[in-house]
Design a binder for this molecule. Structure first.
Ligand code: G3I
Ligand code: 9MR
Length: 601
């Protein structure tokens, strides 16, 4: 009852603010400045008590000034640092540090002889709107329902993809569900710039958002998203997650517990709106990775939705049943790979959409076991796998989910049974050592971010590398209470919002220079100049020109191979598994801002 009241009281105000906010986004996106500046900084802003850094590219040296946007009043003067060298290009950079200035306001950084920076704010809750938008982005990707103007503003659209008559692909046929028979699998979120639904990628996405809630429940209990469920008793973040979770549950074959790898067209749609895309849809072969993804997510969801048993009766139980059936199927099929090429050799129609093929399942077993263990407290799950098969700490990605399991064990460190308690000191050490290694040399780096210290960071979806590093740093903070980790997590948010070699804030609609032409079918086809807001572009990808054949790239330097062009699906697409860690990073920093300082270097 308490939640209901808290939510109700703020709804009216939130809806008004939301309307104003949408208008502002449309206006600001339309007023893109043409001027280019070599000053790279977080274009959204800074907390008053946080470190504030701009990176000045080029040969400028000497003083810099913090001024009002009209450059009439100088509020702070500093000196540029000694020169640093970019690791990937011939650029020199210098740091303008104005951390000492704490007075809220809107400012620019001016360096004599070059164009001033984009304007930015210094204020409490500096990332509230962008955190909210990065969650709201998922609403814009809902299938099987219209998006009315009340919630979607100018991006309102009719429903796409009912997915109520999905064909069993021959690769997925059983006696019970022969090829060509139909199942219902509505709802879910569109994966990315395309209109398909992939369990493997949905898994890490949904797990990351559920972890965001578990780590910061107080903040998300009252964060409104202006979605159709905003007036119910469930926090909006969880309502949004439910839209996808309900779809994920339909992907499990009730007969045996196995989970179909994806729900897809045979081929990618053209650049059309969702409602205009009407190709037949299929569920394809079951696989170990997909099945363990559902096991992990459903187990985690089960413990979270227990709290809402009265409004969602039976949901927590159904999730746990689904998770344990999936786990059993995976035990019986521990290496069922989804290999699209092999599948196409054997079955028709051929399927050419995203493969999300993974041949290594050790990490999915670790993640699912950790979630099932924490939810049920049954040691058998913990003991069923080798939790620490080696010393590796691979950054989370759709194909590497080991750390999601470790984060969950760390999150529940106070309630674990002795079976897992004994491993906790080593687990904490692994996470803090990883973070320590990342931050050891970061202050020498040209952009002073953990992101981009290695060329390997600039892969397809590199923005999610930055965001997932940020999450890992925040996990290190949660386990050690050492505030320096929060500082470097914030620096990776700075990277994503503009302190990077491209000068873009990668989040659509947030910042002065942001992607206007993402590889995103609705944004291309809707006739609205501003792209759908709150989506993080994939980001620089050293291999992008070879991978998507787009010809508008202007640099070969790994940290600059990015083009704001809709042909560039290898650097400028959007995807749910890139937005979720961004939503985590921005939301977590908002939730933490009044609790922590940022520890001086
Ligand atoms: O990790 C390796 C790295 O070690 C190596 O040095 C580098 C050299 O090429 O490759 C890296 O792997 C790349 C991997 O992404 C990184 O995650 C692969 O080359 C690259 O092909 C792979 O791209 C995937 C892409 O689909 C193509 O299959 C992306 O991860 C994945 O996010 C993306 O997902 C697509 C879906 O298929 C369809 N829907 C849109 C979605 C987003 O673009
Ligand atoms: O739109 C597709 C995007 O979501 C994928 O990430 C990408 C790589 O699989 O493929 C895109 O689709 C392209 C297809 O692969 C080749 N023909 C052009 C399509 C884009 O218009």
């Amino acid at each position: 009852m308490f939640l209901y009241t808290a939510k109700q009281t703020s709804i009216f105000l939130k809806n008004i603010l939301y309307g104003l906010w949408l208008t502002l986004i449309v206006l600001s996106a339309a007023a893109q400045p043409s001027s280019e500046t070599p000053v790279r900084l977080n274009q959204v802003g800074f907390y008053p008590n946080a470190p504030k850094i701009a990176v000045v590219e080029g040969t400028s040296e000497g003083p810099f000034y913090l001024t009002t946007p009209d450059q009439q009043d100088t509020v702070f003067t500093g000196n540029l640092s000694a020169e640093k060298k970019s690791l990937f290009s011939q650029k020199t950079t210098r740091i303008a540090d104005f951390s000492a200035w704490q007075t809220p306001g809107t400012y620019v950084v001016c360096v004599p002889g070059i164009a001033p920076s984009h304007p930015f704010d210094i204020r409490p809750q500096a990332f509230h709107e962008v955190a909210q938008a990065s969650m709201k982005a998922f609403y814009f990707h809902r299938l099987s329902t219209p998006l009315p103007e009340k919630y979607a503003g100018p991006w309102a659209r009719p429903a796409g993809h009912p997915d109520t008559e999905v064909l069993i692909h021959p690769s997925a046929a059983t006696d019970h569900r022969p090829a060509g028979s139909k199942i219902r699998a509505p709802r879910g979120w569109y994966d990315a710039g395309d209109y398909n639904k992939y369990i493997v990628n949905s898994g890490i996405t949904t797990g990351t958002l559920l972890s965001l809630y578990e780590d910061f429940p107080a903040y998300f209990d009252t964060l409104g998203l202006n979605i159709p469920e905003s007036e119910n008793e469930i926090p909006d973040l969880l309502d949004e997650v439910l839209w996808n979770l309900r779809w994920m549950l339909t992907m499990q074959d009730p007969e045996d517990g196995g989970v179909y790898h994806k729900l897809t067209n045979a081929n990618f749609d053209g650049m059309v709106m969702p409602a205009a895309a009407k190709s037949p849809r299929y569920v394809v072969q079951k696989g170990t990775a997909a099945t363990l993804n559902l096991a992990a997510v459903a187990a985690q969801a089960s413990r979270i939705f227990q709290t809402y048993e009265q409004v969602l009766p039976g949901l927590a139980d159904s999730c746990l049943q689904a998770a344990s059936k999936a786990w059993e199927w995976a035990q019986a099929h521990p290496a069922m790979e989804y290999n699209q090429e092999q599948m196409n050799e054997q079955y028709d129609p051929d399927v050419s959409t995203g493969a999300y093929g993974d041949q290594h399942f050790e990490d999915e077993f670790i993640w699912a076991a950790a979630e099932l263990y924490v939810t049920t407290q049954k040691d058998t799950y913990y003991q069923a796998v080798d939790m620490f098969p080696d010393d590796a700490m691979p950054l989370p990605s759709w194909s590497q989910v080991r750390l999601l399991g470790y984060y969950t064990l760390g999150r529940f460190s106070n309630t674990l049974t002795p079976a897992a308690q004994k491993d906790l000191p080593a687990l904490k050490k692994r996470i803090s050592s990883m973070a320590d290694q990342w931050i050891r040399q970061v202050d020498d780096h040209a952009y002073q971010t953990v992101m981009g210290q290695s060329e390997r960071d600039f892969i397809w979806g590199s923005s999610s590398v930055a965001a997932n590093q940020g999450i890992a740093l925040l996990q290190a903070y949660r386990l050690t209470s050492d505030k320096k980790y929060v500082r470097y997590a914030l620096y990776n948010l700075d990277y994503l919002l503009g302190r990077n070699a491209t000068g873009y804030s990668f989040v659509t609609g947030y910042g002065d220079k942001t992607p206007m032409h993402p590889h995103h079918r609705p944004s291309v086809a809707d006739g609205i100049e501003a792209p759908v807001p709150g989506w993080v572009a994939g980001g620089p990808n050293a291999n992008a020109p070879r991978q998507d054949g787009c010809t508008s790239y202007t640099s070969k330097a790994a940290d600059e191979v990015y083009t704001d062009d809709d042909c560039s699906y290898a650097s400028n697409e959007v995807a749910i598994n890139w937005n979720a860690p961004f939503a985590y990073l921005a939301g977590a920093l908002e939730a933490l801002q009044f609790q922590v300082g940022y520890a001086e270097q």
